[in-house]
Design a protein around this ligand. Structure first.
Ligand SMILES: [Fe+2]
Length: 359
């Protein structure tokens, strides 16, 4: 059976995403299959592969390294500024000891799962607290992951909830108001210095709690006093421009070097302010930045526009962070056991290679 790409029907009117059929990812991929899938990823941004339950964690990693987007020397799977590279730890999750590239996320107690013992997984508030983002964008300077993959292994079927939301950053550029697009093209987003989970380095600990998002996950209204309660009161804390000192700087409208397409590439929950792309001078204060990013995203993320992927056993989903924005839904919606694998590998550093130096 030849590899073929079919539109995902529930979102075909609004999103370019596709289901990839005719391939078993548990088999070794030959060069033809790799180039077909690579082309499919660049064209559609996100691919769903159904019935891939035979995949092993090593094969998940092999998929992630097949396309030349990863950095083989990368060994910090947490990303982050100076996070410890020897103690792999993901907030609320675990990592497979022999294959730390693979994070295991969910809500179940694991014992002897690929070498993970006595570990209670704890899902984090996705849509209320972090909402729309691209992986690595707020907690890396460079080498951001081109691709993220998630896998729902056989034997772990959630009864309901737990969807992952996706929207095309390319179509977001087409949908946003022209004045917003023109302005964002002149800007670089200054992100907060990353607190990076429970890392002991207090100099990274800027934010007192998780961001609280509203308006379909586009607008930050403050920082929560609880990581579990979506209705908890907010801290008496607001970002000031100085909170971006030492943080990442990334263009909110990014032209993809392979496709030439412009895409919206933002993580509003962690954005502090907007700087002039040419001069580095402050262009928009914190509140204006919140407004502009919300205006840019809002036309592309409503329930009728976004793709809500409801996970089935054996689903393997791969997306390009440079072309697609995503958000978890909230764990309060998860009914039943939940266990997922996630892989995201750094890309080689691009700063010197890309023409505009803003990648
Ligand atoms: Fe993510």
């Amino acid at each position: 059976m030849a590899i073929a790409f079919h539109p995902i029907e529930v979102c075909a009117a609004h999103q370019p995403f596709a289901e990839c059929r005719g391939i078993s990812l548990a088999d070794e991929l030959n060069n033809d299959a790799i180039s077909a899938v690579r082309e499919g990823l660049l064209k559609h941004g996100l691919l769903v592969f159904r019935n891939q339950g035979a995949m092993t964690p090593a094969q998940e990693i092999a998929f992630n390294t097949a396309f030349g987007w990863h950095d083989p020397d990368q060994n910090d799977f947490l990303f982050g500024f100076g996070a410890p590279t020897t103690e792999h730890r993901v907030s609320g999750g675990a990592q497979i000891p022999d294959l730390p590239e693979v994070s295991v996320l969910g809500n179940v107690l694991l014992d002897n799962y690929h070498g993970i013992t006595n570990t209670q997984l704890k899902p984090v508030l996705g849509f209320t607290h972090s909402a729309w983002h691209a992986d690595g964008l707020h907690d890396m300077f460079d080498g951001l992951p081109e691709m993220t993959t998630m896998f729902n292994p056989v034997g772990w079927q959630t009864r309901g909830g737990g969807a992952t939301y996706f929207t095309s950053g390319v179509l977001a550029v087409e949908r946003m108001d022209r004045d917003v697009l023109e302005e964002l093209r002149q800007c670089v987003v200054a992100y907060v210095r990353s607190p990076n989970d429970e890392a002991p380095d207090d100099t990274r600990r800027v934010i007192p709690g998780s961001s609280r998002m509203t308006d379909e996950g586009t607008r930050r209204i403050g920082f929560s006093t609880s990581n579990d309660d979506p209705a908890a009161p907010l801290h008496d804390f607001e970002f000031k421009v100085e909170h971006a000192d030492g943080g990442g700087r990334h263009a909110p409208i990014r032209r993809h070097p392979a496709t030439g397409q412009e895409a919206l590439y933002v993580t509003p929950s962690q954005a502090v302010c907007l700087l002039d792309a040419e001069t580095g001078a402050l262009r928009h204060e914190v509140k204006e930045t919140i407004d502009l990013l919300a205006r840019a995203l809002r036309p592309s993320v409503g329930p009728e526009i976004r793709y809500e992927h409801n996970w089935r056993e054996g689903d393997f989903v791969a997306w390009l962070n440079t072309l697609v924005l995503h958000s978890a839904s909230d764990p309060s919606e998860i009914d039943g056991p939940r266990l997922m694998h996630r892989v995201r590998l750094s890309s080689p550093r691009r700063r010197e290679r890309e023409n505009d130096g803003r990648g």
